[in-house]
Ligand binder design. Structure first.
Ligand SMILES: [Zn+2]
Length: 288
């Protein structure tokens, strides 16, 4: 598999013969050696791990290098799809209130070389869509997510609210907990949740700072990059089983779990044990 270091990734000298490779979101600090810089320039063009390890093993600088230098550099790179592979198809859907934010999300996916379709929230995804990015205000309505479950389409939610931007969960239908799982848990914990969620839809849109919207676009796109390159995420990777809230430079995470009452978990998917039902009556989150 090929890995690539994004062309705009900063490399900064941090003193004591160390350099920092990466931006705000992902960065590593490694020895400032010729070997490091040679590996970085290979990675800017795209390189395979075995090739980098061969360079590291034979380089005159190898004795000064960090033992895990190649691993460290790969951790700030993204896997790239094989040249022959078709470009991943990403549909970005948005309500009219968040069109400009959704455009920056779409632009980030396009910058990464994906085929991006930009559409209104009600648009139906084409059958060959690899990922639907659901940009929304506060909470995503079941009207938007239930058809995606029925069509077995991977989807990532990016929601603006008054405290910042919520990213995730990234849902692989049947394999990772869905948004209905999350709604059911909220409803089990709070009798008023469905009414609250309905009211949240009707509030005027939140307007987080533009920098935060830009950061959310980058973090969101980065989280699904391996998936779009054909790598199935392990549980907990890439915002599966998880949602994160970005507020300024802080990232707070919360787990999203399968809810037995949802029934979305495919048989044989025992990657995480289902949590015991928090006994409450069934909650209808259907499309009535
Ligand atoms: Zn579910």
């Amino acid at each position: 598999m090929q890995y690539r270091l994004a062309a705009d990734t900063p490399v900064t000298w941090v003193g004591n013969d160390r350099v920092r490779v990466g931006g705000v979101v992902r960065a590593v600090t490694v020895a400032d050696t010729q070997l490091t810089h040679d590996l970085i320039s290979e990675l800017r063009n795209g390189a395979e791990r075995e090739y980098l390890e061969r360079i590291a093993a034979t380089h005159p600088d190898r004795k000064r290098a960090d033992e895990l230098l190649v691993d460290a550099l790969l951790s700030v790179c993204s896997p790239v799809a094989e040249q022959s592979a078709r470009r991943a198809r990403v549909l970005v859907r948005t309500p009219s209130s968040s069109v400009s934010f959704a455009r920056s999300v779409a632009a980030e996916f396009a910058r990464r070389g994906h085929h991006v379709v930009f559409a209104a929230a009600e648009a139906r995804p084409a059958a060959d869509t690899d990922l639907v990015v659901e940009v929304t205000e506060r909470v995503l309505s079941p009207r938007r997510y239930l058809p995606l479950m029925a069509d077995d389409l991977a989807h990532l939610v990016i929601a603006r609210d008054d405290e910042g931007i919520l990213l995730g969960p990234f849902v692989l239908p049947g394999r990772t907990p869905c948004l209905r799982c999350d709604d059911l848990r909220n409803a089990a914990e709070d009798d008023m949740w469905i009414a609250t969620a309905t009211q949240l839809h009707d509030l005027p849109p939140a307007h987080p700072p533009l920098e935060l919207e830009w950061l959310a676009a980058v973090v969101g796109a980065q989280s699904v990059e391996p998936f779009l390159a054909g790598v199935q995420p392990a549980p907990g990777e890439g915002l599966t089983f998880r949602r994160e809230r970005l507020t300024g430079l802080r990232r707070d995470g919360a787990d999203v779990e399968f809810q037995p009452g949802c029934g979305c978990q495919a048989p044989g998917e025992t990657v995480l044990a289902a949590v015991p039902a928090r006994a409450k009556g069934a909650v209808d989150l259907g499309l009535a």
